[in-house]
Design a protein around this ligand. Structure first.
Ligand code: HEC
Ligand code: HEC
Length: 388
């Protein structure tokens, strides 16, 4: 009887503890507020003079879905970045003509970043857009084919003229123009507001009633998120500091093969004639270009990958640069069980296995799920009516 009563009291206490509203102290509140407000303004890209041109955005939208830029007319950007899959392909690793060893990231919020690709091998959205067109593994296209595609279609030609004026003087110029238009379109794809954003703004205003609408599990998960150091890397409104880290995800995609991550990306960037310092940049002397000139690979860059945004992550499975985790739960468990031997010798000093309880993993997942909007828009830009 006594034992049963004690058991009952313990159960009641546990229930009360679960139901108790989550409280955030001053330091936690400050950290949470830094993840907003949302949506942010997309930073200007001075290397792309048509970055905000409505005709270029419409041209870019059409080219993004255009399979005729590919070797055999079967692959478009949207084949791997499919709208129905939150602009990913849902596969662990991308594969069109030949399998790649990396996962396809979403292009949502890509325009907020400074470096592109898991290794930061491109320093602009337009340079990143040229890579898959020319890659024999991905689209297998060419500058000449891209030029012909635009010149051979009256609507595309009209949009290109409205965006750039006189016709392109070479195939390579036509390729760069196509990529800059695609980049202008991709930069419009900022993900919508989420339950987390409503909570964050309510917290900023001290609106307890609005705060209470945010599920308790997500609140507990948020408290863990800011308490366990996640924002050291998943920082700011987009939940990424835009930089590169090693969190102990193995980087040997196949036996005997190494993915050097950021170290390899910096070499690709330096050798890329389409980088911000090159002849095709509209701002090769500018401040953003200066950053490309300054970055240097060091040995700590081995095995570092770009910190992905966590917005809409519930829609972008599988996870990590090699798509090894099928669920957010598995990705969170990675930090719980972290294998310190896997971290590169010069790896992160910040990371320790978190040894989370099952209920804490549930809460972190509930929080991560609250970073998705109920529905994604189609991102069809307002009709540009001066062309067919
Ligand atoms: C074969 C599938 C595939 C195709 C086709 C493809 N991509 Fe990607 N995309 C990827 C993969 C994989 C990555 C990661 C690349 C890396 O890390 O090296 C990526 C990365 C990106 C990124 C960087 C995102 C970020 O946050 O760093 C952008 C932007 C992008 N692609 C846009 C495009 C555009 C525009 C096209 C069409 C011109 C395109 N992609 C075609 C698979 C594809
Ligand atoms: C030291 C920097 C750092 C810290 C701290 C960190 N992350 Fe990450 N996170 C990364 C990097 C880098 C990746 C990509 C790693 C890769 O693919 O090799 C990543 C990937 C992820 C992903 C997969 C996203 C995707 O689209 O593939 C999730 C989810 C995630 N982190 C959640 C968390 C949570 C939750 C915490 C806190 C417990 C956390 N991270 C702490 C840097 C960090």
């Amino acid at each position: 009887m006594r034992a049963a009563l004690a058991g009952l009291i313990a159960a009641l206490l546990a229930a009360a503890a679960v139901a108790a509203p989550v409280r955030f102290d001053e330091a936690e509140t400050r950290r949470i507020l830094r993840h907003g407000p949302w949506p942010p303004a997309v930073p200007a890209d001075p290397s792309n003079r048509v970055a905000e041109n409505p005709a270029a955005i419409e041209l870019g939208r059409r080219l993004f879905f255009d399979k005729r830029l590919s070797a055999d007319g079967t692959v478009a950007c949207a084949t791997c970045h499919a709208p129905a899959l939150a602009w990913t392909d849902g596969k662990p690793r991308a594969a069109t003509y030949q399998p790649l060893h990396r996962n396809t990231p979403t292009v949502l919020n890509a325009g907020l970043g400074r470096w592109f690709g898991w290794d930061g091998g491109a320093d602009s959205l337009w340079a990143q857009s040229i890579r898959p067109i020319l890659s024999p593994q991905e689209m297998g296209g060419s500058a000449a084919q891209t030029a012909r595609r635009v010149a051979g279609d009256p609507a595309l030609t009209c949009l290109a003229r409205a965006s750039f004026g006189a016709p392109a003087e070479s195939d390579e110029a036509a390729l760069v123009r196509a990529a800059k238009a695609i980049a202008a379109f991709v930069a419009t794809m900022v993900s919508p507001r989420t339950p987390f954003d409503a909570f964050r703004d309510a917290l900023a205003e001290g609106d307890a009633k609005a705060m209470a609408r945010y599920p308790q599990a997500a609140q507990r998960g948020l408290k863990l998120f800011v308490g366990k150091g996640c924002p050291d890397c998943h920082f700011g409104p987009a939940f990424t500091n835009g930089e590169f880290h090693d969190v102990g995800v193995p980087h040997m995609p196949a036996p005997g093969m190494v993915d050097f991550g950021r170290h390899g990306g910096l070499k690709i960037l330096a050798a890329d004639r389409f980088n911000r310092l090159g002849p095709w940049s509209d701002d090769a002397e500018g401040e953003a270009a200066a950053l490309t000139r300054r970055v240097r690979a060091t040995h700590t860059d081995f095995g570092r990958f770009k910190v992905p945004s966590l917005r809409e992550a519930a829609r972008t499975a599988p996870y990590m640069h090699d798509g090894r985790y099928a669920s957010l739960r598995d990705a969170v468990r990675h930090y719980s069980e972290l294998d310190m031997n896997r971290l590169h010798v010069h790896g992160e000093q910040l990371l320790r296995p978190l040894r989370l309880k099952g209920s804490e993993i549930d809460d972190l997942v509930a929080f991560l799920e609250s970073l998705s909007a109920p529905k994604l828009p189609e991102f069809a830009p307002a009709r540009y009516s001066a062309c067919p």
